[in-house]
Design a protein around this ligand. Structure first.
Ligand code: ACO
Length: 326
């Protein structure tokens, strides 16, 4: 391995379960309405996994598409990271289940738990394996069945989330050590456990022995989001050696259209450079960034060689950003 090896995204894939849930569908059983949800969040609908669809099933479909785009097969995969907060089981890791379902050979497989920031964290972890020569074909997947964590009587949370998965293949490629290189150019990761009470799930194996339901002080999370995310973005950009003006596409975690626009505005990124899927995907937690990336590539907006800025914030609180050239 040379000093300038980069982790390059060679394939991207997304998976949305077929079941569409509109705002009107929710208004049929919880005290809310389409106008409120659209005005406060930008969300029009979300997907909900079928009862027999597990997080790993969504992850496997996204992974297969990413591998096909990369021209790779499951046999090539030597590392699988699944960023998820909705694992199939308490253990084994969903990544190991994905490995089995894909038929990938013995290698590295583990989950990354950083809630909505999980994909950003997982990319950073995988980058370190790839650039050190410890993985040659890594699958980094964000996959969630967030609807399983909903309290369907809590209108402040149940309208916000959806299910889905997105995956990327990361492979080592020699670069020049400049910002023109393809691959991950920089990242910044943050966590502040003191703010746990703003966003958490009220169950777990070692406390309640239950899975629990998502609890959130939405307006408090909102207040922290714009300021904190912007700081991490600028730190990642500084590490990468790029400016906001050079960013071709801003691909934020899709929590809320207002947060997304607030961060873009603070960073001086105009709306024409923002990928937003929140209207139809809602907040799919760790899956939202790779799903948005897959959407932008599929519709032809995002092209190889472009500079991408990814960011997220979620439970923990955790947040972070990654700068990469596709
Ligand atoms: N329908 C109708 N009314 C509602 C609904 C709803 N679905 N939800 C809340 N309200 C009401 C509240 O009860 C409140 O009523 P009141 O004034 O009579 O008490 C009023 O609307 C205002 O509530 P707020 O919570 O202050 O509304 P806000 O404008 O902050 O919007 C929202 C709420 C959409 C949740 C917003 O705060 C938000 O998006 N927060 C961030 C969420 C987020 O990004 N989470 C992080 C990622 S998630 C993760 O990591 C797992």
């Amino acid at each position: 391995m040379t000093a300038n090896v980069r982790s390059v995204v060679t394939g991207v894939g997304g998976c949305l379960p077929p079941g569409v849930v509109t705002n009107d569908d929710l208004a049929a059983f919880v005290d809310t309405n389409d106008a409120w949800i659209v005005e406060r969040t930008g969300i029009h609908s979300r997907r909900r996994a079928a009862e027999d669809q597990a997080t790993s099933d969504l992850a496997v479909e996204a992974a297969r598409k990413a591998l096909a785009q990369a021209g790779r097969s499951a046999d090539d995969v030597d590392m699988i990271l699944v960023a998820t907060t909705t694992p199939d089981l308490t253990f084994p890791a969903t990544a190991a289940i994905v490995q089995r379902k894909l038929g990938a050979p013995v290698g590295i497989a583990f989950d990354v738990q950083a809630v909505c920031s999980g994909f950003v964290y997982a990319l950073a972890v995988a980058d370190n394996f790839v650039v050190r020569g410890l993985a040659r074909c890594a699958l980094v997947i964000g996959a969630e069945t967030m609807t399983r964590l909903m309290d369907w009587t809590d209108r402040g949370t149940c309208v916000l989330f959806g299910d889905g998965a997105g995956a990327v293949v990361l492979e080592p490629r020699a670069g020049e050590g400049t910002t023109a290189d393809r691959g991950i150019l920089g990242f910044a990761l943050r966590a502040d456990g003191a703010k746990q009470d703003l966003l958490y799930v009220d169950g777990g194996p070692s406390t309640t022995g239950t899975v629990g339901k998502l609890r959130m002080q939405g307006n408090q999370v909102f207040r922290h989001a714009v300021v904190n995310i912007s700081e991490a973005v600028l730190a990642a950009a500084e590490t990468a050696g790029v400016t906001m003006a050079q960013v071709d596409w801003f691909i934020p975690h899709q929590a809320n259209q207002r947060i997304l626009e607030g961060v873009a505005k603070r960073l001086g990124i105009d709306g024409t450079r923002v990928i937003s899927t929140v209207a139809e995907h809602a907040n799919t937690s760790a899956a939202s960034i790779p799903l948005a990336l897959a959407t932008g590539i599929e519709d032809g907006r995002i092209r190889p060689g472009q500079l991408l800025l990814l960011e997220a914030m979620g439970g923990g609180l955790t947040w972070g950003a990654v700068v990469l050239r596709l």
